[in-house]
Write a protein that binds this ligand. Structure first.
Ligand SMILES: [Zn+2]
Length: 195
């Protein structure tokens, strides 16, 4: 599901990826390098163990016209938007986030992306488990892990993604997110706990 670039926290988790970006070729190299990340390795392993091994062309670098950093779709796999990203860390982050969507699709064959609650649930998990909102990681080197801030950040990003779903109005997205929040935020599979 599409991730809006402007859903990144204003405090600067990532450098502004809106100007500049990189070529598709540069982005492909970064996607390949992301495979060295322990999180990416783990998620690929878990997909394989769940019967959904991903082929080498599953993750593609593409030029995106919309304001998004990446996306997952059942038929097309994972897209990483080269023109909206600049750093290795951003690319790895997008790959991790989208792999969590792929994992959700794998374990629940009946996952229906047109259902706002299903979509919200996967966004909650992807936002929480990918560490998208651990922006302090770079800024404050680990201290001050404020749970409330993290959850606010995940909520903001879930709303951006779910409201971009043509089947979900803002009100429907909000209701869906609140309804499934506790269950989905606490569902950390395939991790034992949130990484
Ligand atoms: Zn997402």
């Amino acid at each position: 599901m599409a991730e809006n670039t402007n859903s990144k926290p204003a405090t600067g988790a990532f450098s502004s990826a809106v100007n500049g970006g990189m070529t598709v070729e540069e982005c492909e190299k970064m996607i390949n390098r992301s495979f060295r990340s322990p999180m990416v390795k783990f998620l690929k392993d878990q997909l394989e163990k769940s019967g959904c091994a991903i082929a080498s062309n599953f993750i593609k670098a593409v030029h995106c016209n919309e304001e998004m950093s990446g996306g997952y779709s059942m038929g097309r796999g994972i897209s990483v938007c080269s023109n909206h990203l600049q750093l290795q860390d951003e690319v790895t982050q997008v790959v991790i986030h989208e792999l969590i969507h792929a994992y959700d699709q794998c374990r629940a064959a009946n996952l229906d992306w047109t259902n706002c609650a299903h979509h919200a649930c996967s966004e909650i998990r992807a936002g929480h488990l990918s560490g998208d909102c651990h922006y302090k990681r770079e800024l404050l080197r680990g201290h001050m892990k404020l749970r409330a801030h993290e959850q606010d950040c995940v909520r903001r990003r879930v709303m951006k993604s779910v409201t971009a779903n043509p089947f979900c109005s803002e009100a429907a997205a909000k209701d869906a997110m609140e309804a499934v929040w506790d269950v989905c935020y606490n569902d950390t599979k395939p991790f034992d706990r949130a990484p």
